[in-house]
Design a protein around this ligand. Structure first.
Ligand SMILES: Cc1ncc(COP(=O)(O)O)c(C=O)c1O
Length: 387
């Protein structure tokens, strides 16, 4: 169980709202992903965008995982927390000149290039710095991730990557550039992918691209397949850890890798989502006709996923574990927006003002997206071994 009785009694004494991270679960998840990837000659880069808490990044650094960063700020954070530059990949559709310079200066392993224009800019900045930069081309493979349309990134209509049909053009341009070296190809087709056959489709597309490159006598030693492995938001206790073995097996089975080619993964959500929960307090319970609303002291300002992606998060009333009477509630935040709710028709024990509600699986894309909207302040943070 995520919440032991002992932990709950401690949590109920803390002022809300706050993010709570179970450090053991995070460490166990990292251990499991490393174990599952042992036979695949793959490097895992933790995607900082999911959660960049220093405490968690320290664990990432200690475990030897690399980092996937999408801004200069994230590169700096990774370095400050002991993640080595040679294990950092730098992606992002809008890298500024200053960020590119910063990445080059700090000698990150590879820049994942998302457009032909960006390629030219990186080359000219590297030239000015009298340096040569390792790059991978991020290719948009037009593979459907069958996830929410707001977190789909690998379709032609999405802004990410170089369209596969522009690859020939990109390679021609590249052949004339002196300050960039093509070492790999990169993909990332979306997030919260739970159907593993999507990754098989990605592999088949990558195989085509590898053949296309080989026909042109272009060798790449690195294949970065991005992140995207989903988690179980419905039943977090039964599925605290994703099926890492099944995930890696897909790439082992379907990717026609040459012996010299190393695989790279950029996992975020799958590593950090289940170790976190947002703990809030019920400020009011009100009714409107047959509806019961619970108004919490935290909402889309601290966890925007339900408002942004209509995402589901399991909720628990941790003040009322022994209450047998249940009711349906719309669980809302305090923000002046109609979309500010965590769930509608949520079955909870009979709940009162002052009860603590835990919003589960909030470790990824939760705290990192928190805002000070309505000037309600930011949530506090507690770790399981520090309370
Ligand atoms: C380029 C890139 N890599 C990796 C990730 C991490 O994805 P996830 O958290 O779904 O594993 C993202 C997320 O948006 C991304 O844009």
């Amino acid at each position: 169980m995520f919440f032991s009785e002992k932990i709950i009694s401690k949590l109920l004494k803390l002022p809300t709202p706050f993010y709570y991270y179970d450090v053991d679960i995070f460490e166990m998840t990292i251990k499991k992903v490393i174990e599952a990837s042992k036979n695949i000659n793959g490097k895992i880069h933790y995607a900082l965008k999911a959660n960049h808490q220093n405490r968690l990044l320290g664990i990432v650094a200690k475990s030897g995982l690399g980092a996937d960063c999408v801004s200069g700020g994230e590169i700096q954070k990774a370095l400050e927390n002991g993640i080595s530059a040679e294990s950092i990949v730098f992606a992002g559709v809008g890298k500024t000149d200053a960020e590119i310079e910063y990445a080059i200066k700090n000698k990150v392993f590879c820049l994942n290039v998302e457009s032909i224009e960006e390629l030219m800019v990186i080359d000219s900045i590297a030239q000015k710095m009298n340096d040569k930069v390792s790059i991978a081309l991020r290719i948009n493979p037009n593979v459907d991730a069958y996830t929410h349309k707001f977190i789909t990134t690998g379709l032609e209509e999405n802004k990410f990557g170089i369209n596969a049909s522009d690859l020939k053009d990109a390679l021609e341009k590249l052949s004339n550039l002196k300050n960039v070296e093509l070492i790999g190809i990169h993909f990332h087709i979306g997030s919260q992918i739970t159907d593993l056959s999507v990754f098989k489709n990605l592999c088949l597309k990558i195989n085509e691209i590898l053949r296309f490159l080989e026909e042109r006598r272009i060798e790449v030693n690195h294949i970065n397949v991005g992140g995207g492995l989903g988690i179980n938001y419905m039943y977090p206790d039964e599925h605290l850890f994703p099926d890492f073995e099944g995930y890696f097996n897909v790439f082992e089975k379907f990717l026609e890798r040459r012996p010299n080619q190393q695989l790279h993964f950029e996992l975020g959500r799958a590593l950090v989502a289940q170790c976190g929960a947002l703990i809030c307090k019920v400020i009011f319970h009100k009714t409107s006709g047959k509806k019961h609303f619970l108004i919490l002291d935290s909402g889309m300002n601290h966890l925007i996923r339900p408002a942004l992606y209509e995402a589901y998060h399991k909720m628990e009333n941790i003040s009322k574990y022994n209450e047998l009477n249940v009711m349906l509630y719309d669980v809302c935040g305090p923000i002046c927006e109609t979309t500010d709710y965590f769930g509608k028709n949520v079955l909870l024990p009979e709940t009162q003002r002052g009860d603590y509600i835990a919003v589960r699986s909030a470790g990824a894309y939760g705290e990192v997206m928190a805002s000070n909207y309505n000037l309600r302040g930011y949530p506090s943070v507690y770790f399981s071994d520090e309370i």
